[in-house]
Design a protein around this ligand. Structure first.
Ligand SMILES: [Zn+2]
Length: 447
């Protein structure tokens, strides 16, 4: 029977389900994994054995519960695998080396890596990424790949940027192909907002397995990413381009012909120009560059921290504008989580967070499920961390979408109506029927 050929694939999938359970809960036992995932105990034992043999997990002592025999506690081996991530932000390019646990082993931020020549830039970026591996003594064969995140929109099919702001000369540049050629390995590619959400999901395994999560990215531009049921929602590839949502009808004019679009109303370049005009900031000599704007925007935020009235008013306005966008998006999506991140998040957190909470409280006060609003776990380098996490995610996160996609490819017809639950219950791992009525993706505990 045609489907039988897919049993090893389901076994591989279940191996990732077990790996995910160990990542989510360091010290978990085989019995607890079986309870959590709904897989049969025997199946879990076999899968754990494979993960131990592969060196991805290790024993970390034992626990004794009741009069049963001691249970071995399992944890991830952080040095088992590594991934490189590069964020090509016009203000500053960042590269990170991430271990299997998601910890940053090393990081490099360099404003000089990118210029108008994309070929020379990618050469420098690939060299910088490789240097992170060699200077930390990481065996190259443990580095599973390199991820690259760029400002959106992007062309996922060709791995190219589309009219990136501030990166003249990069329009249509096939950055994935060029980096793969220089780096000499596989390269994962996506826009930075999406990468940031992948990173957030990798660092908090299982936290967004149910419901909807909205990631709002504040950097050189503003963008969003969306996750539902633990999967990234990409649309045709560029979901989350929220820059033209009107959030302030009295705001600045937008090139699209309207006023107060989120993009222009929160654009650091516009805010800096406004502050210079109002005498809050001193003008800087020379033409504006992403770097100079970033430095001036930092000055504006510092002035606000010191209590300079004009600066505070400007950033509070930004907070309200971002909150208005979040209020509308949460209304559309019924998002249970809103996560903020990006290079400017730390600077704007004190203005955006209270404004968002207030805006959501106004409209969703008595809703049964309150929306949780928070900053990303990945910190300021979320773009690069997310880029590295994309590499790990592609290989080590059990995603129903991939299982279905593989089936689709094999069978040449859509199987999207067949739920993962059906698949696992019917075929299990290595032919062992799984416990009925559970789906590994959704039985993972929320933390
Ligand atoms: Zn607009």
């Amino acid at each position: 029977m045609r489907l039988g050929a897919n049993l090893p694939r389901i076994g591989g999938y279940n191996e990732l389900v077990v790996l995910q359970a160990v990542r989510q809960d360091a010290g978990i036992s085989r019995v607890a994994i079986a309870e959590r995932t709904g897989l049969a105990r025997q199946t879990v034992s076999g899968l754990v054995g494979r993960l131990l043999d592969a060196g991805l997990v290790e024993a970390a002592g034992t626990e004794i519960i009741g009069r049963g025999k001691p249970r071995t506690r399992l944890r991830i081996v952080p040095s088992a695998r590594y991934a490189l991530g590069v964020h090509l932000d016009p203000a500053v390019a960042t590269a990170v080396l991430l271990d299997f646990q998601g910890e940053i082993v090393d990081r490099l931020a360099d404003a000089e890596l990118l210029d108008a020549d994309p070929f020379a830039s990618t050469r420098r970026v690939a060299a910088a990424a490789s240097a992170l591996v060699s200077r930390n003594g990481v065996p190259p064969d443990r580095v599973v790949g390199l991820g690259v995140a760029t400002p959106g929109p992007v062309d996922l099919a060709t791995g190219a940027l589309i009219t990136p702001p501030w990166l003249s000369g990069w329009n249509g540049f096939p950055v994935r192909r060029e980096l793969a050629a220089r780096f000499g390995g596989e390269v994962s590619f996506d826009k930075d907002t999406t990468a940031a959400l992948v990173g957030e999901m990798w660092l908090r395994p299982g936290s967004y397995a149910a419901g909807t999560v909205l990631f709002v990215y504040l950097g050189t531009g503003i963008g969003a990413a969306l996750g539902a049921g633990g999967e990234i929602v990409r649309g045709a590839g560029n979901a989350g381009e929220i820059g033209h949502m009107v959030v302030d009808p009295d705001g600045p004019p937008c090139p699209c012909g309207r006023r107060g679009c989120l993009g222009v109303a929160t654009d650091p370049a516009g805010l800096v120009a406004e502050a210079v005009e109002a005498g809050v900031l001193r003008p800087r000599p020379g033409p504006a560059t992403p770097r100079s704007i970033d430095l001036q925007f930092a000055e504006l935020c510092e002035a606000a921290e010191r209590g300079a009235a004009g600066a505070v008013a400007s950033l509070e306005r930004v907070g309200r504008r971002v909150a208005e966008a979040v209020r509308m998006l949460v209304g559309v999506l019924d998002a249970g989580h809103v996560v903020f991140g990006g290079p400017n998040w730390q600077r704007l957190e004190r203005y955006c967070l209270p404004a968002c909470e207030a805006a959501l409280a106004r409209t969703r006060k008595r809703w049964p499920e309150p929306t949780v609003v928070r900053g990303t776990t990945a910190g300021a380098g979320v773009g690069a961390v997310g880029a590295a996490a994309m590499v790990l995610d592609e290989r080590f996160v059990p995603r129903a979408s991939r299982l279905h996609a593989d089936f689709d490819a094999d069978r040449g017809r859509a199987l999207t109506l067949l739920t993962l639950n059906d698949v696992l219950n019917r075929f299990g791992s290595s032919g062992t029927p799984a416990t009925k009525g559970t789906t590994p993706c959704t039985t993972i505990r929320q933390d």
